[in-house]
Design a protein around this ligand. Sequence first.
Ligand code: NAD
Ligand code: UDP
Length: 319
Amino acid sequence: MKRILVTGGAGFIGSHLCERLLKEGNEVICLDNYFTGTKANILHLRDYPYFEMVRHDITHPFFAEVDQIYNMACPASPVHYQYNPIKTIKTSVMGAVNMLGLAKRMKARILQASTSEVYGDPTVHPQPESYWGNVNPIGLRSCYDEGKRCAETLFMDYHNSNQVDIKIIRIFNTYGPNMNPNDGRVVSNFIVQALQGKDITIYGDGMQTRSFQYVDDLVEGTVRMMNTSDDFTGPVNIGNPHEFTMLELAQNILDLTGSSSKLVHQPLPQDDPKQRRPDISLAKEKLNGWEPKVHLREGLTKTIAYFDEILAGPDPYAH
Ligand code: NAD
Ligand code: UDP
């Protein structure tokens, strides 16, 4: 049994990770400021005697005796991370410094949830880890993209200068149950719109692409990465290499919900990447043959069932 800290544990991905780690018999401390997460995502875990919830903001130092740290805290949807861009970059940069300081003091292993956004609007396709990216440093997405890039730099520098035991994963678009219905990301938007019979909002011509990963596949890759040998720090891409246009995604969601919502086009946001697909060769090699198992329609079916239930009850994000 390990004592594991999960920052952002009440969020979409963090809540699945907490559950997985508890099921494996670990003690889990879930730390969250509930900006985009909700206690509703983790309430069902209260029955595990070795589960603790702590309200805390990672821009402030935090101390606990832990063996491992998964640093997942950061708003991930463009709508939320652009709401207060200065806070977003503080979360990535000051949060990384605080969590790396904790890891150094405790001699704990620490994993950073980085992102495919470090590749920006990529000119290399698919994206291998060796690609340095094409990021606008002064645009609307910069608070997130550059914050995550700086966090990667901090992780490598703490590793090289202070021998902190680090792991970096670059997560590609991930979806599944426990997403916030008002999150603003494409999968949640399209499903909620389809279920409510509202227009499906396609930004731009809908020909931009993304590669969508179901959350269970991500959690499997993340836990495997945390438990790789000391000499492998990453960064490693964790994503599903099947690529879809936003129009194809919308069509799949219309089919699966049986909705008659209409597609409407709205302006494409600034610096919206045109294409994105992970090269997962390194993950397969280093993570014991890991690769995503859940096909888009199978994952969407489970996610639609979740949103159907959430929309029928009281809003878990209301307070
Ligand atoms: P999310 O918004 O659902 O979860 C983030 C959690 O972090 C929330 O519970 C939020 O309240 C918490 N949080 C935010 N700022 C905090 C702070 N300063 N202190 C403490 N807690 C804070 O997002 P998610 O999709 O679960 O993303 C989790 C992590 O994975 C993020 O770091 C994100 O950048 C990364 N990621 C996600 C995706 C994706 O497609 N979901 C893709 C790439 C990277
Ligand atoms: N998008 C869209 N309609 C929406 C929300 C998003 O067409 O209602 C598009 C968005 O412009 C982008 C893609 O879907 O091209 C993925 O957007 P998301 O915010 O989910 O993730 P990211 O852009 O960060 O990959």
